[in-house]
Design a protein around this ligand. Structure first.
Ligand code: FMN
Length: 172
């Protein structure tokens, strides 16, 4: 690993869940790194690795994150992200598969850690207004998932995310 330059932890976060995860990892990774909001366009020319955080928007990473990713070349990238769905769901697995492909368009993919993040009350309300039979109708399973998401990211998610990133960076 290039010991001259610092790694970068960068995040895109609408309501703070992904920011919380990224902050925790940057503070505890025990590697020289800086933390940046994607909106601040940080310097990325010389970074030996990037931990890059996104929130899931309609089955993929949010648009700002996808744009940022499309500007990167020849970087070693470990993805982190938060979503409303369960991290072991098919939905989450699809997100990971898609995002791996996105990274591999011009960069090295180190892995992707996902955990749940609380869903905005506005979005929950939208689901509650869908009629029975609608694909997003607020049935018991969906309500339970929204209630569970409201508790995340929790301490365990942060610890797991940190351990995941440490492991992925250890081989560099
Ligand atoms: C407009 C919108 C679309 C979303 N789409 C999805 C989705 O397709 N799948 C999912 O699991 N969660 C979805 N979510 C939930 C967010 O991914 C989740 O709440 C995430 O933790 C938000 O992260 P943030 O606080 O960093 O913005 C959506 C949330 C919003 C507001």
């Amino acid at each position: 690993m290039n010991s001259q330059s610092k790694g970068l932890v960068i995040y895109s976060s609408l309501s703070g869940n992904t920011k919380k995860l990224a902050e925790y990892i940057s503070e505890n990774i025990r590697q020289e790194c800086s933390l940046a909001d994607i909106k601040d366009n940080p310097e990325i020319d010389d970074v030996p690795w990037i931990i890059a955080g996104f929130w899931v928007d309609k089955g993929t990473a949010d648009k700002e994150f996808l744009h940022f990713l499309s500007t990167l070349e020849h970087k070693k990238i470990c993805l982190i992200g938060t979503l409303g769905a369960y991290p072991d769901s098919d939905h989450a697995k699809d997100v990971i598969k898609r995002m791996k492909e996105e990274v591999e368009k011009g960069n090295t993919y180190l892995g992707c850690y996902l955990c749940q993040g609380k869903i905005s009350p506005k979005l929950t309300k939208t689901f509650e207004n869908f009629p029975e039979g609608h694909p997003h109708f607020m049935d018991d399973a969906r309500r339970k998932r929204h209630e569970e998401a409201a508790k995340h990211p929790d301490e365990n998610d942060l610890l797991q995310g940190l351990a995941y990133c440490k492991d992925k960076l250890s081989g560099l």
